[in-house]
Design a protein around this ligand. Structure first.
Ligand code: SF4
Ligand code: SF4
Length: 278
């Protein structure tokens, strides 16, 4: 069996939009029967790149999340269609048949990820096909994966233990975007943005000098992380759970330690933490 999937490594994505552009270039004005009809001039994002701003000044972060069709193993778009208009191909790709799907607007609403786009002129829903037409010719990867300059998109057969995607999936923690949708996607992510806490440690008695090498420990939710401040006195812990309680302890020889309780409803900027001499 072949089960094609994609891994998206968020840390490697620099938001260049090459994947989006390669998809547009491949599908705009180009029909690939029986897999897909041409994209219209606007309004369709088969590979969209979502920008996620996190934190606040002076500790902001910007992440990019590429979002194709998730190629769900339990895909609600399939039973929502009539006459087998949406089906799973032998290699696991969910396909909307552009002929059979005519007039079936309910298919669009069935997708919780909102990655099916209605083409009013053709009266069909359209979405990413993993470039099924391209793979059928013997090519190894969809156009978006070919175009990605950073290796953020990893494509292959999840059921082949020798494939890169299977090996990376076995060695890294991967997760679904919106697992609450419960559709078991074969597109999975590495390092999706989570909550982070950041701050800057300053020595009160040294004209507010930034403190380098201060020990900072974060504990909570079964986690214990330790770091040291950099030359600017800055520290950061990323990858924290949402809506969770943690304690941050700041310790430096000769200075009174501090403990700060935080709650990650949002990213947390502790700003300046002043250490007083003992
Ligand atoms: S992401 Fe949406 S369109 Fe893609 S397989 Fe899942 S339900 Fe269907
Ligand atoms: S081409 Fe690669 S690096 Fe560029 S936006 Fe897409 S996934 Fe990110």
């Amino acid at each position: 069996m072949t089960r094609l999937g994609m891994l998206i490594d968020i840390d490697r994505c620099n938001g260049c939009y090459n994947c989006f552009l390669a998809c547009r270039d491949e599908h705009y004005k180009n029909d690939y029967p029986p897999f897909s009809a041409a994209q219209p001039v606007s309004g369709q994002y088969w590979m969209q790149v979502r920008e996620v701003e996190r934190g606040s000044y002076p500790k902001p972060k910007l992440s990019y999340i590429p979002i194709p069709c998730m190629q769900c193993s339990e895909a609600p778009c399939i039973p929502a269609s009539k006459n087998g208009a949406v089906y799973r191909s032998e290699n696991g790709i969910v396909i909307i048949d552009p002929e059979k799907a005519k007039g079936q607007k309910d298919i669009v609403k069935a997708c919780p990820y909102r990655v099916i786009f209605w083409n009013e002129e053709k009266r069909i829903g359209q979405k990413c096909t993993f470039c099924a037409h391209h793979l059928e010719k013997g090519e190894k990867e969809p156009r978006c994966v070919e175009a990605c300059p950073t290796g953020a998109l990893i494509f292959g057969d999840l059921d082949d233990p020798e494939s890169d995607i299977a090996k990376i999936s076995a060695s890294r923690k991967t997760e679904a975007l919106h697992p609450e949708y419960d559709t078991n996607p074969t597109v999975r992510y590495i390092d999706l943005p989570k909550r982070f806490v950041a701050g800057e440690v300053v020595l009160k008695d040294k004209q507010d000098e930034c403190a380098r090498g201060v020990r900072v420990v974060l504990e909570g939710e079964g986690l214990r992380l330790e770091t040291a401040t950099d030359a600017f006195g800055d520290f950061e812990f990323d990858g924290l759970a949402r809506n969770a309680s943690y304690r941050v302890a700041v310790e430096y020889d000769g200075y009174a330690p501090q403990q700060i309780d935080i709650f990650t409803q949002k990213d947390v900027n502790l700003k300046e933490i002043f250490l007083e001499p003992r």
